[in-house]
Design a protein around this ligand. Structure first.
Ligand SMILES: NC(=O)c1ccc[n+]([C@@H]2O[C@H](COP(=O)([O-])OP(=O)(O)OC[C@H]3O[C@@H](n4cnc5c(N)ncnc54)[C@H](OP(=O)(O)O)[C@@H]3O)[C@@H](O)[C@H]2O)c1
Length: 258
């Protein structure tokens, strides 16, 4: 019997590429996103192209009740989940003094509260089956606080911290957690976040398929964390060896629009 993955944010970018990868590996998928039309066409495509089973849960994950709604729908579908992939997320960039606090609160809700709550709901079932793999899509910014992305980088630091600490608690239970920390990736993310045209998205931009394949492989191996791409690895390494003031001067330059 096929295993089953629940993946959030499936309709574009890294989440879409992750669905393709899981489907190629003959994993059934519960697709969770907001846009119903896109979900339906993605479901049809995955079923006809790969012969897997798919289900859709349409939910705005920025809403406070989102995790409970997703879990309730999952219980109604009576599907056991082997792989939980927390991919949906977004950035609100710009000077904190001027950015929109309502958008930032929605981002904190999705990038941190939602993933925490859904993991809380789903862990007992994984513990009962003594197996499970959880993939968190974090960011290079999980390691590097980024000016002009102050709230977003803080949410992604949370994701990496939560994933690592939870993984340590779960050692020996058959459940693993993996945090993948991509840098700039060619998706709808930059446009939605207002980062298009910044130096960070001009060079060393990776394809979502590459990021998804690396994330999938690391998750399957039960790796604690992984950073795709040499450039991103270098950024993480540099942030550890250079003084904070130097790192901060570099990061702000990467996100200033010219
Ligand atoms: N691209 C990058 O440069 C980059 C770098 C580091 C980390 N990341 C992380 O990678 C993850 C995936 O982003 P991406 O680059 O693939 O961006 P993307 O192309 O914008 O895809 C985001 C996905 O999340 C869904 N989503 C967004 N807000 C949602 C909401 N409120 N409720 C339900 N679904 C929602 C979107 O679907 P709908 O809008 O249709 O609902 C879409 O399927 C995010 O966690 C992001 O922080 C991205």
């Amino acid at each position: 019997m096929n295993k089953t993955a629940l993946i959030t944010g499936t309709t574009s970018g890294i989440g879409y590429a992750l669905c393709e990868k899981f489907a190629k590996e003959k994993t059934d998928i519960v697709l969770v996103s907001r846009n119903y039309e896109k979900l339906i066409s993605q479901k049809d495509h995955l079923q006809s192209s790969y012969g897997i089973r798919t289900w859709i849960i349409q939910q705005d994950l920025e809403l406070p009740e989102a995790a409970l709604n997703v879990y309730k729908e999952l219980c109604e579908l009576k599907i056991g989940i082997d792989y939980l992939v927390h991919n949906a997320g977004f950035d609100v960039s710009g000077r904190f003094a001027e950015s929109d606090i309502e958008k930032e609160k929605a981002m904190i809700q999705l990038n941190t509260v939602f993933i925490t709550e859904l993991t809380k709901f789903m862990l007992p079932d994984m513990e009962a089956q003594k197996s499970g793999k959880i993939l968190f899509v974090a960011s290079v910014m999980s390691y590097v606080p980024c000016a002009l992305n102050a709230v977003y980088s803080a949410t992604k630091a949370y994701v990496l911290s939560f994933s690592r600490a939870l993984g340590a608690e779960l050692k020996g239970t058959g459940i693993t957690t993996t945090a993948i920390c991509p840098g700039a990736t060619r998706t709808n993310f930059a446009e939605r976040s207002g980062l298009q045209g910044t130096p960070s998205f001009r060079r060393f931009v990776m394809d979502p398929e590459k990021v998804a394949n690396i994330g999938y492989g690391c998750m399957m191996k039960g790796r604690i964390k992984c950073t795709p791409g040499i450039y991103n690895k270098l950024v993480v390494f540099s942030s550890k060896i250079f003084p904070a003031a130097v790192v901060d001067r570099f990061t702000i330059r990467m996100f200033i629009k010219r």
